[in-house]
Design a protein around this ligand. Structure first.
Ligand code: SF4
Length: 220
């Protein structure tokens, strides 16, 4: 079978990079998926109110909310913004003169994070666009609303492999319908599913107390 139903959601790489168990609870067991979808839907609506509006300035063609997918990764989703920038080494586009470089831009409400979660999502988008448009993408950007600036991201082979390995692992877990066991980490404190994931443990103590105890036990 090769229907879109079996494809991973591109944005789910954020949950997977945060915690594999959280990803499985949401995407395999569908726990709280409704709530998350509602929130994500609202945010998306806010961001892409001008879906499919093309905006041509200084020769740059801007396409918003572009649907994307990759057979190689078995993933589908969308790009907040794809810019087609005039470039002699680029690709041709139907209905437009000249050649263009493909440049994905992801929009985030917050500020740059210490982890790589946002970067991995952008790299996954670049891989999809490369497959769909037969092009090579060396760079993209993440626009952070809080600082109102773009952070440039080099799409390296190392990042491509990381993303490809992650989706391979997701597909494998999804096929086996397997939810990884609890592995407490600092992430648990910020996890929106902690009450669902650790209900018995939380009845008696806080997540941070549980993690401290777990680390102490592991260290002997
Ligand atoms: S509470 Fe911790 S282990 Fe459980 S899903 Fe959240 S981050 Fe993962």
């Amino acid at each position: 079978m090769n229907s879109d139903d079996n494809y991973q959601q591109l944005s789910s790489i954020q949950h997977f990079a945060f915690c594999r168990r959280q990803w499985a609870l949401i995407h395999i067991e569908q726990q709280w998926a409704e709530n998350l979808r509602t929130v994500e839907g609202e945010l998306l609506h806010e961001k892409v109110h001008d879906v499919f509006a093309d905006d041509k300035r200084r020769g740059v063609i801007t396409v918003r909310a572009m649907a994307i997918s990759s057979k190689a990764l078995r993933v589908s989703g969308q790009c907040d913004v794809v810019e087609f920038i005039p470039d002699e080494d680029g690709i041709t586009l139907n209905g437009h003169k000249g050649k263009f470089k493909v440049y994905p831009v992801e929009y985030k409400h917050g500020e740059p994070k210490e982890d790589q979660v946002d970067i991995l999502q952008l790299v996954a988008q670049a891989i999809c666009l490369e497959e769909m448009l037969c092009c090579k993408i060396d760079e993209g950007a993440i626009f952070y609303e809080k600082i109102r600036r773009r952070q440039r991201v080099e799409i390296t082979d190392l990042l491509r492999k990381q993303v490809s390995d992650m989706f391979a692992e997701m597909n494998e877990l999804m096929n086996r319908h397997y939810t990884p066991r609890v592995k407490p980490s600092k992430c648990c404190n910020a996890c929106s599913l902690k009450n669902l994931c650790l209900p018995k443990l939380l009845r008696n103590k806080s997540v941070s107390a549980y993690i401290s105890q777990y680390i102490a036990d592991e260290g002997g």
